[in-house]
Design a protein around this ligand. Structure first.
Ligand code: NAD
Length: 319
């Protein structure tokens, strides 16, 4: 029996605290942990659930109230936020545990990155049951999740957007309505195809610079101020040193798992095949991340692909 039970829940705010929202937060991993913490920092009552006890303990230390089930988290919620690995988790949690258990007044927001079809199916189920729902995937990585500076790409009915923007505010530096349900996910997989390609390009260039006798740290100084600059350089440089918050400084632990990047690249290739878009670099990038994942590095941050290109995998423990 978990040491957290319903008796530990703080009371729902009233009177002067009535502006405080009750947020149910489901999925407290690399991203969700920081996001839930920012909702608590903003003064909201955050009822947090994850399958992992370690994640629940971290959420408790960050001011959230851990609970023992999704149903317990959502039954009193004003806003329900999910941050789960993939489409199958989102479909299961919404269809079996959230819809019907949360009050229909609750706003339901899925911030995971998933396929457009599943996002639309979940939106349909939620709408049929009387809920307002949005797909609201994020960009920015774990540092932005912790700093409350994520970019949100939202797919929702137009009239619901103002309420959604306000609910996301403690975690956001920019929130865009991309279009109707599913449009947030469409924007996200296009964005992450760019990210995968630029990270691979950055890693290839570092490997080449090294072979040409250049210092990869000096290379950062140059590229960060030159036309090869991108988020993969300035915020996430895959060589340790220049960007202290980048996973390269902690042996590529945490961050954005290679398996997650591969999932997003596959989503982009599936969408390209269905829509007839030409994405040859996206296809090549997927193939290389597939190879890195297949070598046993699916749990390492995706920027660790640098070590595969440098032929240095013997120095990188598998996950
Ligand atoms: P993660 O694996 O660290 O976290 C996922 C969490 O969900 C885990 O703690 C897991 O225990 C929990 N979980 C799984 N099934 C559950 C269930 N049924 N009920 C409750 N909890 C459950 O993953 P992450 O890196 O935090 O990524 C989450 C989502 O955010 C993914 O869709 C990913 O593609 C997306 N994303 C990640 C990043 C990043 O930099 N890590 C950036 C943008 C978007």
């Amino acid at each position: 029996m978990s040491r957290f039970n319903r008796l530990t829940l703080p009371p729902k705010p009233s009177g002067d605290d009535a502006m405080t929202q009750t947020i149910a937060f489901i999925g407290l991993g690399n991203m969700g942990g920081g996001m839930a913490a920012n909702q608590a920092k903003a003064g909201n009552r955050v009822l947090a659930f994850d399958l992992s006890q370690a994640a629940l303990d971290r959420a408790a230390a960050a001011g959230c109230t851990p609970v023992t089930s999704v149903v317990e988290a959502v039954r009193d919620a004003d806003v329900v936020i999910t941050m789960l690995p993939a489409g199958q988790h989102v479909m299961k949690v919404f269809s079996e545990q959230i819809i019907g258990a949360a009050p229909t007044s609750a706003l339901l927001l899925d911030c995971s990155t998933i396929d457009v079809d599943t996002a639309r199916k979940v939106a349909g189920l939620a709408k049929d049951a009387g809920y307002a729902f949005a797909d609201a995937p994020v960009s920015g990585g774990t540092a932005a999740a912790e700093g409350g500076t994520l970019a949100f790409m939202v797919g929702c009915d137009e009239p619901a957007f103002a309420r959604i923007e306000s609910a996301l505010e403690p975690m956001s530096r920019a929130t865009f309505r991309a279009g109707d349900h599913g449009a947030g996910q469409a924007a996200k997989i296009c964005n992450n195809m760019i990210l995968g390609i630029t990270m691979l390009g950055t890693c290839e260039a570092i490997g080449l610079a090294e072979k040409l006798g250049l210092d990869p740290v000096k290379m950062f100084d140059i590229v960060a101020k030159s036309s090869g600059q991108s988020w993969s350089t300035t915020t996430y440089y895959p060589w340790p040193g220049p960007v202290p918050t980048a996973p390269s400084n902690r042996n590529y632990e945490g961050g954005f798992a290679t398996a997650m990047m591969l999932k997003d690249l596959k989503l982009a290739q599936d969408a390209a095949a269905r829509s007839g878009a030409s994405t040859p670099l996206g296809a090549q990038t997927e193939a290389l991340f597939q190879m890195f994942d297949g070598l046993g590095y699916g749990g390492r941050d995706f920027s660790a692909i640098l070590q595969m290109l440098r032929g240095k995998l013997d120095e990188l423990p598998r996950t």
